[in-house]
Write a protein that binds this ligand. Structure first.
Ligand code: PMP
Length: 393
């Protein structure tokens, strides 16, 4: 039978990171490829208790819920967000099935085929996939260690009149970058001036190694006296609790959230009520802030160990030391190396990473690689970096 799949699904390629993960499964491969949190630190006992609590509420806990999301959970999120300077009433919060769904629904709400989306280049691969899936024209804005180049952004907004701009200003995936406060203020002003929506994707914002530093979100820089906040902020419990709960949220002006809720209704009616209720009890009875401190301390140790090993094994690359998040972005000294080719050799030698080019729209820098430092325990990490050295020598 001839299967007449839609253009959009045919355009959609499977994620290269998923393919790499498949390659590494069941083999003696140390993988720095996946963006995975450390399993040893999942608060499994507390999550178990939270689920027991849900079932103790009786059979009604198994019923359908409202599309916007479990009200008690949205209240808890609203309280947590206030601590980050983000003011949002319940009508401004939509629970999503991971922040991945937030990206998908926002795109569905705004994008017609051919509309332009501006992005940092490189950026989060699975967001690129979503944008391409909806037939968007995805255009990269020049970016450096402080964030987007605002002159280039200005020009590209005038030229393309994008529907929205997508950024990850705090510990980006894949670069680990944090935007300077000037750039954050700057992009907010530009978005207001040109009436352009800004998607602020913030899954890593709480994974900070320097608690004293200022990691204000762009959303929070909007003064509440101003009329309209052009920022849609999305975050998730995946990195600070566990990704299996598939629970994230998106915050924005009510008029936009209402459209997102409509889009979600047709996608999945609502996110899992059991997971949402469990998260509510977890936030109520478990010290999540203490837990975040614990994982940040451990992830900092792992990041320090990885950078120290890269130096010890004289890996010929440069990088900017990340101050949070989960990734180290390497630029190999030899600009002729194609890291996608290098990966094939690396897998044979028992180590995996993600080649940098997959994170770019258009031609990317081929001699870049992304290493995840949170998943691999300290003992294994040394073996992995030693293998990487063999591949590069
Ligand atoms: N945004 C970015 C930048 C990410 O790296 C990820 C996860 N890798 C997500 C969104 C989606 O996370 P989740 O759906 O698990 O919340």
């Amino acid at each position: 039978m001839k299967l007449l799949f839609s253009e959009s699904i045919q355009q959609l390629k499977t994620l290269p990171t998923r393919e790499i993960l498949k390659l590494t499964q069941g083999n003696d491969i140390i993988s720095f490829a996946g963006g995975l949190p450390a399993e040893d630190f999942f608060p499994d006992k507390a999550i178990q208790e939270a689920f027991i609590n849900v079932f103790e509420q009786g059979k009604q806990s198994l019923q359908y819920g409202i599309t916007e999301g479990h009200t008690l959970l949205r209240e808890e999120i609203s309280k947590r967000m206030l601590l980050k300077g983000i003011q949002a009433n319940l009508d401004q919060i939509q629970i999503t099935t991971g922040s991945q769904q937030a990206i998908d629904l926002i795109t569905k709400v705004f994008i017609n085929r051919g509309d332009t989306i501006l992005i940092e280049n490189p950026t989060y691969l699975a967001a690129l996939q979503v944008f391409q899936g909806y037939g968007a024209n995805v255009v990269g804005v020049n970016s450096d260690d402080d964030g987007m180049d605002l002159d280039d952004l200005n020009e590209k907004i005038k030229h393309y009149q994008p529907k929205f701009i997508y950024v990850t200003p705090t510990f980006a995936n894949p670069t680990g970058r944090v935007w300077s406060s000037e750039r954050k203020q700057g992009i907010l002003q530009i978005c207001k001036q040109f009436e352009t929506i800004l998607i602020e994707d913030d899954p890593y914002g709480e994974i900070q190694f320097d608690k004293a530093a200022d990691y204000s979100s762009i959303y929070s820089l909007h003064s509440t006296n101003d009329d309209f906040n052009p920022v849609l902020y999305t975050s998730t419990f995946s990195k600070i609790v566990a990704p299996a709960l598939r629970t994230g949220w998106v915050i924005g002006e009510q008029s936009i959230i209402q459209q997102i809720t409509k889009a979600k209704q047709t996608a999945d009616i609502h996110s899992s009520m059991i997971d949402q209720q469990a998260l509510y009890f977890l936030l109520k009875y478990f010290d999540l802030d203490q837990h975040i401190i614990t994982i940040c301390n451990e992830y900092k140790k792992r990041k320090d160990q990885m950078t120290q090993l890269l130096k010890q094994y004289e890996i010929p690359a440069k990088w900017v030391e990340p101050q949070g998040g989960m990734f180290l972005w390497l630029t190999l000294q030899d600009s002729k190396i194609n890291s996608a080719e290098l990966l094939k050799k690396a897998v044979q030698k028992g180590v995996a990473f993600v080649p940098g080019t997959v994170f770019y729209t258009g031609e990317g820098e081929k001699n870049t690689i992304r290493l995840n430092f949170t998943y691999t325990p300290l003992e294994q990490m040394q073996i992995g970096i030693e293998r990487l050295q063999h591949v590069l020598s």
